[in-house]
Design a binder for this molecule. Structure first.
Ligand SMILES: Cc1cc2nc3c(=O)[nH]c(=O)nc-3n(C[C@H](O)[C@H](O)[C@H](O)COP(=O)(O)OP(=O)(O)OC[C@H]3O[C@@H](n4cnc5c(N)ncnc54)[C@H](O)[C@@H]3O)c2cc1C
Length: 295
């Protein structure tokens, strides 16, 4: 006999009290990873489930006074895809959200669930890395802030403690709003309901004379977690961006790729595709930054 318990708290405080008492509990937001995973694999649902869908305060996307962005853990991919603020200033994140599953998946799947599920092929990971996002974890003990790169510790592994709930994601202000462009691109065999074979996010900031003052690149599905490709970023910073430099930076991103063979692609193919996808993401980010410079 399995002793099961199901909680559906009405506010954050109640949710944190339940998590403090039931350390073994599993959190369910949209359920598109947790429930689908339990149905399709040998993983079972946790005996104690805390459903957080009623915590409406966690669904907001709000700009902060300093020019950053605060995204509640329950914001859905559809919310991110359609938010004009996200589209306009944090484009890599709306690019990524718009690729997740189908319209049905995007309307119920949340950014918090995507992050806490921590798949190496997760769509939001690389955009959050290039935006240097801070993850806010709430518990009865208080609020803990941790950079996204430190939060994602391995495939399906995070730094979340058992009594913590991912409350929100904070994006610091962009390096130079208006002349910073970002993009996320993934390699996929078909155009919907696909998992990234290789993905890349890029952020480029330009000075009025076209010199790149900031470049950030992150890779998806080619390492145990999404990873920054810092040596490739250094190729761009301080130089006038042109097509050759973009291609050079993209080639040097391969150094950060440590892919595996799986049913979707061999490690060799993934490695070969890294420069192709990074170049596409960089070109898109660069063009979006140039649009800002020319305005
Ligand atoms: C058909 C289909 C297609 C998909 N396509 C894609 C795709 O293209 N790209 C992609 O990246 N993903 C895809 N996914 C995976 C999934 O939809 C996303 O990862 C989604 O964002 C998960 O969100 P959720 O709210 O449904 O998470 P849930 O299933 O509710 O939770 C996922 C995990 O996160 C934990 N969790 C959730 N919220 C919190 C929180 N606030 N605090 C702490 N822990 C929490 C849960 O305990 C669980 O371990 C797909 C899934 C399906 C079923």
């Amino acid at each position: 006999v399995i002793d099961r318990a199901y909680f559906q708290p009405a506010d954050l405080e109640a949710a944190l009290s339940i998590l403090a008492k039931h350390r073994e509990a599993g959190i369910v937001a949209g359920g598109t990873d947790l429930v689908v995973g339990a149905r399709s694999s040998d993983k079972t649902l946790p005996a104690t489930v805390v459903a957080i869908d009623r915590l409406k305060e966690l669904g907001r996307i709000e700009t902060s006074g300093d020019g950053g962005l605060q995204i509640g853990a329950l914001a859905t991919h559809a919310d991110l895809e359609t938010s004009t603020v996200v589209q306009g200033s944090w484009s890599a994140l709306s690019d990524a959200a718009s690729l997740v599953g189908s319209p049905a998946t995007r309307h119920i799947g949340t950014i918090g669930g995507n992050i806490c599920n921590a798949s190496p092929a997760m769509e939001t990971g690389s955009p959050l890395l290039v935006f240097e996002a801070i993850i806010e974890l709430a518990s009865k003990r208080g609020l803990r802030r941790i950079p996204i790169g430190a939060f994602l510790t391995g495939p399906r592994k995070t730094a979340r403690r058992s009594d913590e709930l991912l409350k929100s994601i904070v994006l610091p202000p962009l390096p130079r709003p208006g002349v910073t462009g970002s993009a996320y691109v993934r390699l996929e065999y078909r155009q919907a309901m696909e998992i990234a074979i290789v993905g890349a996010a890029a952020l480029v900031t330009l000075r009025d004379d076209g010199i790149c003052t900031e470049a950030r690149i992150a890779l998806t599905a080619v390492a145990p977690t999404c990873v920054r490709a810092s040596p490739a970023e250094k190729v761009l910073i301080g130089s006038t961006v042109d097509a050759d430099l973009v291609a050079k930076a993209a080639r040097s991103a391969v150094g950060q790729a440590n892919p595996i063979d799986d049913v979707r692609a061999s490690a060799q193919y993934r490695r070969a595709m890294v420069p192709v996808i990074v170049e596409r993401a960089l070109r898109l980010a660069w063009n979006r930054a140039k649009d800002g410079v020319s305005k």
